[in-house]
Structure formats: structure tokens, C-alpha cells
Ligand binder design. Structure first.
Ligand SMILES: [Zn+2]
Length: 407
């Protein structure tokens, strides 16, 4: 009996080791002009037959020493953005031991394909997946853990990153034992830090009205969503940067906001409230592929939850104004699904309105059960959502909603 138990334990731990997610060991160095020198080892333990990675073609890759039984081919790629190289690896036999792929490369961190977010600016660095500065899983949904040593950072840059972040004299060490598709980092001069429930907030000026509203509503939204979905898994590190482009983005326990276009004299509290609630909502809504139809389950779901927060914090009248603006903006939006990744207006306007219409059809208690069930799913796809909707509100409601997504 004891022996059998030991065997079962051994099998159990082998199965766990087999399922380990990819791990990145990153050693990177920036020179003062922003030239990057990088050495990235990716450990794959999941025994897949093949795996591809994307890296910007502005980096020159040294010849790779491939492990036995591994072959690689490289081709230019323009998907999901221009000027990439795609490195495709094939593994001769389903690997039983972890496979290590080591990328050594160098090149400028600045790129014209930066989605309006310069990676190096006078105030410091803002790095994220759009800069394609580390090997990114070609499916754009390969999530990994990471140990990174990033060197060449001026001592007075304040670093905001995920996980355990330790400044060294000339750089930073990042240990992240939770999963994400990205390795995002802000390292800027003059960032001040504030803390509240659910959020650690960084800004060059904490005394502005906008900074105050972000902290207040990050906390408010965290509490509101926690009442539905349970505790926020991790405190969200949030950096407010300053650039012209107003876009923000959320990763696991990490968010970047922009002052640009937002810190205007005529701002009202509801706009930053809705915006920061949207980013906090991504703590539960970020698990659908950004390359497919299903991406509405990331952006439309986060926006719908932020509308719920607006109603909670600012009242039904404020929400009604937002709904009217969305109805007006989406008159000619076209279907959310059926053509690959939905566009901006479908994601942030039409999708949330469809969820609101669904709430009106099935009632708020059923809607809450649906969103809570969905938030617990490890992978978010439309069929999974429709399965829960069918179980909670019946096949007719699911069919109707699926039709609306395609109309
Ligand atoms: Zn979003």
C-alpha cells in the first residue's frame, strides 16, 4: 500500500513537471543611447512538437546553439505588426526533458513600429510587448514566468514592473512567478508612489486632481469587483506616464495609463473613474486571444464591468450618458464577430452594449452569475461563454446573444 502510494505520488509530480509553463531567463543591457544587448533563455517543459517566436527584425540574432533534435527556420513576418522575424522550432521527439532555447541579440530599442509609444524618451523607458524586444510566442498568448536582470538603468530611474522588483546600482532584477504574455516595465525619472487598497500608483505628480481620481477609483473599482469575483489576486502596480498617445494597457497586476489627452482643465471625475475601472477589470478579463474574434471577452467585458462601476460610483444618470454616447458611436459598427479581431469601436462600444442588452434580457442576478462563472475559466472563448449562458439563462438567450455578436 505504501509502495503504491509512493508510485502515485511520483506520477503526480511528473504530471505537474510536464505541465510547467515556459520560463524566461533574461539578461539585458541598455547603453545610454538605447542600444539593447540581450541574452534570453526560454525553457519549454510542455512537450509540444513545435513552437514559434517573434522578435523585431531590428535586432541581429547571433547563431543559435540548438539542443539535440531541435531544428529552426526563420522567415520575415508582418503579423501582428510589421518588421518581425519569426523563429519556428521543431522538436524531433516529444520532449520529456525541458528544452532550452537561447536567443542572443543586439540592436536599437527605438523603432518606428512602436504604436505611438516610444520605448525610450527623455524621462526614461516604457517597454511592453508592442516593442517586440524579447522573443514573443507567435500566438501572442504564450504566458510565462520570468527572471530578468536588466542593466544600464540610471540610478534615479524609478522602476515599475511586475513581481519582485529589486533595484541594483545600475539596473533592476525582476522575479515574476506568475504568468503573463509580456515583460512590461516603466523606468522613469521623478516618479512618486502612492498606495491604496488594491493599487500601488506611480506618477510624476501625485498632487494633481487626475492622479487623485485614479487612486480613488482604482481602489473603488477593486472593492466593487472584489465583491463579485473575490479578492483581487494581486495588488495592481499602476504607472501614469506622459506621452501624447492616450492609450493605456493592463497586464497581470500591472497597468500603464497616460496623461496625454486626459489631464485637461475640463476633465470631469467620471472619465478617469471609468477608465481606471476598465483597467482594474482586466485583472479578471484578459484571457482571450488578442488575434481572434474572441478578443471581445477581454475588452468588451472589461468595458461592461467599468460601466457597472460607473453606475455604482456615479449613479444611473452618468451611466445613461455613457450608454447614449456608445449607442451613437456604434450606429454603423458592424458585427463584433465573424471577421477576426474586432476593431476599436466594436470592442469598446458595441460589445459592452451587447452585454448590457443581455443583462436587460436575463436580469442582473443571472448576468452576475454568468460573469462570475466566466471569470473563473482559465481560457476565455466565445463557446465557453455561451456554454455558461445556456446553463444560466437557457438555450434561447444563448442563441440570441450569439446572433447579436454576428449582426
Ligand atoms: Zn482594455
Amino acid at each position: 500500500m505504501k509502495r503504491l502510494f509512493a508510485t502515485l505520488l511520483a506520477l503526480g509530480s511528473a504530471a505537474v513537471a510536464h505541465a510547467a509553463p515556459p520560463h524566461y531567463d533574461v539578461a539585458a543591457k541598455f547603453d545610454p543611447q538605447g542600444a539593447l544587448d540581450a541574452d534570453v533563455t526560454i525553457t519549454l517543459s510542455d512537450g509540444e512538437a513545435e513552437k514559434a517566436f517573434l522578435l523585431s527584425d531590428r535586432f541581429a540574432l547571433q547563431p543559435m546553439d540548438l539542443p539535440p533534435g531541435v531544428t529552426m527556420s526563420v522567415e520575415p513576418s508582418t503579423s501582428p505588426m510589421p518588421a518581425l522575424n519569426k523563429y519556428s522550432f521543431r522538436f524531433a521527439a516529444p520532449a520529456t526533458d525541458p528544452v532550452k532555447l537561447r536567443f542572443r541579440y543586439a540592436g536599437p530599442i527605438l523603432t518606428e513600429h512602436d504604436s505611438g509609444n516610444k520605448p525610450l524618451r527623455p524621462e526614461g523607458y516604457e517597454l511592453f510587448i508592442d516593442h517586440m524586444w524579447f522573443p514573443v510566442g507567435a500566438d501572442i498568448q504564450t504566458r510565462f514566468t520570468v527572471d530578468a536582470a536588466i542593466d544600464g538603468l540610471d540610478p534615479d530611474l524609478v522602476v515599475v514592473a511586475q513581481g519582485d522588483v529589486t533595484r541594483t546600482a545600475t539596473g533592476v532584477r525582476i522575479h515574476r512567478d506568475f504568468l503573463d504574455i509580456d515583460l512590461p516595465m516603466v523606468a522613469m525619472h521623478g516618479l512618486q508612489r502612492a498606495e491604496a487598497h488594491g493599487v500601488e500608483f506611480y506618477s510624476r505628480d501625485l498632487s494633481t486632481q487626475l492622479s487623485g481620481w485614479y487612486v480613488k477609483h482604482a481602489e473603488g473599482a477593486a472593492r466593487y469587483f472584489e465583491a463579485m469575483f473575490g479578492p483581487l489576486p494581486r495588488k495592481v502596480r499602476m504607472a501614469q506616464v506622459w506621452r501624447e498617445r492616450s492609450m493605456g494597457y493592463a497586464r497581470t497586476a500591472y497597468t500603464v495609463l497616460s496623461e496625454g489627452g486626459r489631464n485637461t482643465p475640463d476633465i470631469t471625475e467620471v472619465n478617469p473613474g471609468r477608465y481606471v475601472a476598465h483597467e482594474i477589470a482586466h485583472a479578471w478579463w484578459m484571457l482571450a486571444s488578442p488575434l481572434t474574434d474572441d478578443f471581445w471577452l477581454v475588452e468588451s467585458a472589461a468595458e461592461y464591468m467599468s460601466m457597472r462601476y460607473v453606475e455604482h460610483a456615479f449613479g444611473a444618470e452618468e451611466l445613461a450618458k455613457n450608454i447614449a454616447a456608445k449607442r451613437d458611436a456604434t450606429k454603423d459598427a458592424g458585427p463584433v464577430m465573424g471577421h477576426g479581431r474586432p476593431n476599436r469601436i466594436q470592442l469598446y462600444g458595441k460589445g459592452p452594449l451587447l452585454l448590457l442588452d443581455l443583462e436587460h434580457r436575463i436580469g442582473r442576478p443571472a448576468m452576475d452569475r454568468l460573469m462570475i462563472a466566466m471569470a473563473k475559466e482559465p481560457v476565455h472563448t466565445t463557446p465557453v461563454f455561451l456554454k455558461h449562458l445556456t446553463a444560466i439563462a437557457g438555450a434561447d438567450a444563448a442563441r440570441e446573444f450569439e446572433k447579436a455578436l454576428h449582426t
